[in-house]
Design a protein around this ligand. Structure first.
Ligand SMILES: C[S@@+](CC[C@H](N)C(=O)[O-])C[C@H]1O[C@@H](n2cnc3c(N)ncnc32)[C@H](O)[C@@H]1O
Length: 282
């Protein structure tokens, strides 16, 4: 599991920095480019897909595990008519951003999901690219990861009412690069940009949901993440001078290397993305 300090390496560079190149609502995950070439729209379509997967209605009480800067929480209360949406994140800067948005019906907590205890149960769960923080590379090597993923699914089960659905999104690691540069770049992302975490294998999720959730639908979206990262990189480069000035050369160079490696990683099938509709097993 990424520690709080490691998560802060990934998400607490500065909210202003991420605002420069993410979409306007600050989704830091793959968009769904269906019938659009626009990042803002692709992010809305992704959130729509996941809320449908989670069977969200205006009366649902919804939990977002790993809620980032609150894009999904905002989508739920403004576009889905949800009256009660709660998020958890380990990043204090993300929590500050959510609080500043002042969204009615939204509650956010800085807390490790393993320590989280809701005051009331939920009807739907959404979790967008948070599972990558659950198992450390060394835990995966030691075969400890399925146990950790299963514990996460067990927690989500315990926090929900019978009949709940779960809209899940995860990055997949599909194939190991055959050349040194790509291997090093992917290693760099793991150690320097997202320390303490690792993307999953599709079969990990299929195995770990049992006996808590039934997989009802899986969609893979590799090209959509390649496109999302290419657009983040394009936008970040537009602000090169400002970023070098305000946050230093290292931040710009590291993010340039990381986002470029992601574009290539999705192109080369090293990585992919999956979205799942899960139904609670009662
Ligand atoms: C890649 S970000 C995705 C954010 C958001 N879901 C989005 O789509 O933009 C991963 C999120 O998981 C959160 N996270 C990581 N480890 C966590 C943990 N142990 N408990 C709660 N949240 C965690 C991070 O703080 C961050 O908000």
């Amino acid at each position: 599991m990424s520690t709080q300090e490691e998560v802060e390496v990934s998400y607490d560079v500065s909210n202003e920095f991420f605002r420069l190149w993410l979409d306007e609502k600050m989704n830091y995950t793959c968009g769904l480019y269906e019938g659009t070439d626009d990042l803002e729209e692709a992010q809305m379509k992704k959130l729509h897909w996941l809320s449908e997967a989670a069977h969200v209605t205006p009366d649902s009480r919804v939990l977002d595990i790993g809620c980032g800067w609150g894009a999904n929480l905002e989508f739920l209360v403004t576009h889905k008519g949800v009256k009660s949406a709660e998020g958890i994140t380990l990043s204090r800067s993300q929590h500050d951003e959510i609080m500043q948005r002042g969204l009615p019906g939204v509650q956010a907590n800085v807390c490790d999901y393993r320590d989280y205890e809701p005051t009331e149960k939920f009807d739907a769960v959404i979790s967008i690219c948070m599972m990558e923080h659950i198992a450390r590379p060394e835990e995966v090597r030691d075969g400890e990861h399925i146990k950790a993923y299963r514990h996460y699914f067990k927690k989500a089960w315990e926090w929900t009412n019978p009949g709940a659905w779960f809209g899940l999104q995860t990055i997949l690691r599909n194939r190991v690069p055959r050349n040194k540069k790509d291997l090093h770049d992917i290693g760099f992302i793991t150690t320097d940009i997202f320390p303490g975490g690792l993307s999953l294998r599709l079969e990990d999720v299929i195995q770990a949901v049992n006996p808590y959730w039934e997989v009802m639908e899986v969609q893979t979206r590799r090209e959509h993440y390649e496109k999302t990262c290419a657009e983040w990189l394009r936008r970040m480069k537009l602000h090169e001078e400002l970023i070098r000035d305000k946050w230093g050369d290292k931040v710009f160079d590291d993010y340039d290397r990381y986002l470029s490696a992601c574009v290539r990683g999705f192109q080369m099938h090293y990585q992919s993305l999956a979205q799942y509709a899960l139904r609670r097993i009662d």
